[in-house]
Design a protein around this ligand. Structure first.
Ligand SMILES: NC(=O)c1ccc[n+]([C@@H]2O[C@H](COP(=O)([O-])OP(=O)(O)OC[C@H]3O[C@@H](n4cnc5c(N)ncnc54)[C@H](O)[C@@H]3O)[C@@H](O)[C@H]2O)c1
Ligand SMILES: CCCCC/C=C\C=C\[C@H](O)C/C=C\C/C=C\CCCC(=O)O
Length: 149
């Protein structure tokens, strides 16, 4: 809910057809939103929602004309407090989650920031979904878009 409200507020503020200067919105989702995550299904659903929200707005012709780009970063595990706070309230099996994190590995915050900044600087990126993971590195995902007529 916070990401949806924040995105819509930023968009209203930034769009050139409403007096703004245009620009770019980068949302943070998660690798959990790109694939199944049986250990935290609700978390996964909220992250999939952020990807759909961001891509849908990015592909809206009025938003494009108003000079606002939107992209989304989907990190796997990152070295922040969040992964130290996995517990029975937010995960269905904490022990399995710990083993999974060990297997996938944890990236530094700098890796996510680099990814974020690349999407800010590259004016050709709109609607991009970028995964960053220790195991697989940084990858632009490819999801087919059927244009709405
Ligand atoms: N750490 C990871 O492995 C990881 C991976 C992928 C995605 N993410 C996502 O990245 C985002 C940031 O997480 P993080 O890893 O930096 O965690 P974090 O725990 O370090 O930071 C979360 C921040 O959100 C703030 N916060 C919590 N509830 C809030 C609220 N209701 N209103 C305003 N602020 C609130 C906290 O005070 C904290 O500063 C989250 O959406 C998380 O799901 C994290
Ligand atoms: C698996 C336990 C998830 C617990 C949720 C708590 C923290 C979540 C952190 C991140 O958002 C990442 C969550 C899941 C990552 C899911 C898949 C990683 C796939 C990695 C890869 O494909 O390289």
């Amino acid at each position: 809910k916070g990401t949806t409200r924040g995105t819509l507020l930023a968009l209203e503020h930034m769009r050139t057809d409403k007096g703004g200067k245009g620009g770019v919105i980068i949302n943070i989702s998660s690798a959990a939103g790109l694939n199944v995550n049986p250990l935290s299904p609700v978390y996964s659903a909220t992250k999939a929602g952020i990807i759909a929200l961001t891509r849908s707005l990015a592909m809206n012709s009025e938003v494009k004309s108003a000079g606002v780009r939107l992209n989304v970063v989907c990190p796997a595990f990152v070295d922040t407090d969040l992964i130290k706070e996995i517990n029975d309230d937010n995960c269905l099996d904490v022990q399995k989650a710990s083993k999974f994190i060990e297997m996938i590995g944890v990236v530094s915050k700098e890796v996510v920031v680099d990814c974020f900044m690349e999407l800010v600087r590259d004016v050709n990126q709109n609607g991009a979904v970028v995964k960053c993971s220790k195991m697989d590195g940084t990858q632009y995902t490819s999801i087919e878009v059927k244009p709405v007529t």
